[in-house]
Design a protein around this ligand. Structure first.
Ligand code: RB5
Length: 141
């Protein structure tokens, strides 16, 4: 069973909790913080914490949320074994798995509503990498 790690900064806190509650009965999921909406924190702290955990095993996946999803994806993608995809539609969540073998999805709480964010996460989790011609490209990243 795949292990899911989830983390956010203060700006992604509400969406993180919403997604965590939806997934916790169906998956092995660990919340890496932040634990307060009222305290402003730095998104790279959480992106790096989660990326280190996801990097430990090939089957691990991560969900990172900040205000826009941008900072989290930039920070996570500094890690060699991380392919983080900023997702804002069901289609791009699906493609991030099919073509890019993304192992982290990033979301922006200020830009993506809860319902769409949840659909992106569900699509991300259930879609497998297509491999084939995409494998050699992913290897070149
Ligand atoms: C915090 O205000 C905000 O800058 C952060 O959550 C994120 O959107 C950065 O990319």
């Amino acid at each position: 069973m795949k292990k899911i790690y989830i983390a956010s900064d203060h700006a992604g806190y509400s969406l993180k909790n919403f997604i965590f509650e939806k997934l916790k009965t169906k998956f092995d999921i660990m919340d890496l913080g932040t634990n307060k909406k009222s305290v402003s924190v730095n998104y790279p702290t959480y992106a790096h914490k989660l990326s280190k955990m996801v990097s430990k095993k090939k089957s691990n996946v991560g969900i990172l949320i900040c205000g826009s999803g941008l900072g989290m994806s930039m920070a996570a993608n500094r890690h060699k074994k991380i392919r983080a995809a900023l997702c804002y539609s069901i289609k791009n969540a699906k493609l991030s798995r099919l073509h890019n073998d993304a192992n982290v999805i990033t979301l922006g709480e200020r830009l993506t509503n809860k319902s769409l964010a949840m659909k992106c996460v569900n699509t991300f989790l259930k879609t497998n990498f297509e491999g084939g011609r995409h494998l050699k490209r992913v290897k070149r990243i």
